[in-house]
Design a protein around this ligand. Structure first.
Ligand code: NAD
Ligand code: FES
Length: 294
């Protein structure tokens, strides 16, 4: 069992938990995720790692209840436990695995949209710990939905923007990117993490501005193990699976429209049958590695 040490509401419908998971904490790197299962009957839920503390042996997760399973996490409190807490899974962020001298040459901008602020935080923190400066845009619909602002300010130059202008700058994150560039900020590497539609429009903006952009395709994952086939996506001319090949990909190569359409189809039994018909049965749902799904 994996004990919950802290549980709190961050804002609106967004919750944070610190979970005792020493073996996961020992190996976790920014960009990776865990699969959480509350009890024997519960669904497996992939959640990005928001923070880790190797000494204390803890992992911090942030979630937004969207279905029956995640809604059951809301009343959990310190002292309760998850039955399974598997990870770290997925590939770590390139920024944390590339040679430091290469990363130091980059002028990095993170774009964190809503709950997507949670997976941005460990990346910015990691860079800060390695003496690398970066800028972060935190975007939220309204003032009450801004999360992790204080934490982010400690590790990065942080710009907050709200869609309704109730706090910080006014407008969506894409406007903030354009404004920062117009104000003289220079970037050559962007990491955009948030809702699919935000990542799509960030990529259109950064393409125009000539900024290489990485996105996290975590939102289309279902079981997170390469077995269900839900997270199949097109990147350039290749078929990839977010949970095993990603979750991070070159955003300028991702076919967002196809990924969003597919994610909607995948939600119904009829849709899954149609996908199986169109794409062919895969050998085990598609691991993304062996080519058996092509
Ligand atoms: P939200 O809808 O409040 O959007 C957050 C910000 O994204 C907005 O404030 C805005 O600045 C920007 N945005 C939204 N639509 C945009 C558009 N069309 N053009 C430009 N910018 C736009 O976000 P939320 O409700 O906190 O997000 C929930 C979603 O985030 C869920 O779907 C979840 O799957 C996803 N999520 C993604 C990741 C990831 O790894 N990519 C991680 C956690 C959550
Ligand atoms: Fe099931 Fe990736 S989430 S195959």
């Amino acid at each position: 069992m994996y004990r919950i040490l802290e549980a709190r509401n961050l804002a609106g419908n967004i919750y944070e938990m610190v979970v005792e998971a020493p073996r996961v904490a020992k190996r976790a790197l920014p960009g990776q995720f865990v699969i959480v299962k509350l009890n024997e009957e519960a669904e497996r839920i992939p959640l990005t790692i928001c923070d880790y503390d190797r000494e204390k042996g803890t992992i911090t997760i942030v979630f937004q209840p969207v279905g029956a399973s995640t809604s059951k996490y809301v009343p959990l409190k310190a002292g309760d436990s998850f039955m399974d807490f598997v990870g770290p899974l997925g590939q770590p962020s390139d920024l944390c695995t590339e040679p430091l001298e290469e990363v130091r040459k980059k002028k990095i901008l993170f774009v964190a949209g809503g709950v997507g602020t949670a997976p941005v935080y460990p990346q910015a923190k990691w860079l800060h710990e390695h003496g690398i400066e970066c800028d972060v845009i935190i975007g939220a619909k309204t003032k009450d939905l801004v999360i992790l602002e204080e934490e982010m300010k400690k590790v990065a130059n942080t710009y907050v923007t709200t869609d309704d202008g109730s706090y910080g700058r006014s407008g969506m994150v894409t406007k903030c990117i354009e404004d920062l560039v117009a104000e003289g900020h220079v970037y050559d590497h962007c990491v955009a993490i948030g809702p699919m539609i935000m990542m799509k429009f960030c990529c259109l903006t950064t393409k125009k501005l000539g900024i290489h952009t990485i996105v996290s395709m975590n939102p289309i994952m279902v079981d997170g193990t390469g077995m269900c086939g839900a997270c199949r996506l097109i990147v350039g001319d290749q078929v990839k699976f977010a949970c095993v090949d990603g979750p991070e990909f070159d955003g300028h190569l991702v076919d967002f429209d196809a990924a969003m359409k597919r994610a909607t189809l995948y939600k119904t039994e009829e849709g899954r049958a149609l996908l199986a018909y169109q794409e062919g049965e895969t050998h085990h749902g598609g691991c993304g590695q062996c080519g058996g799904d092509k």
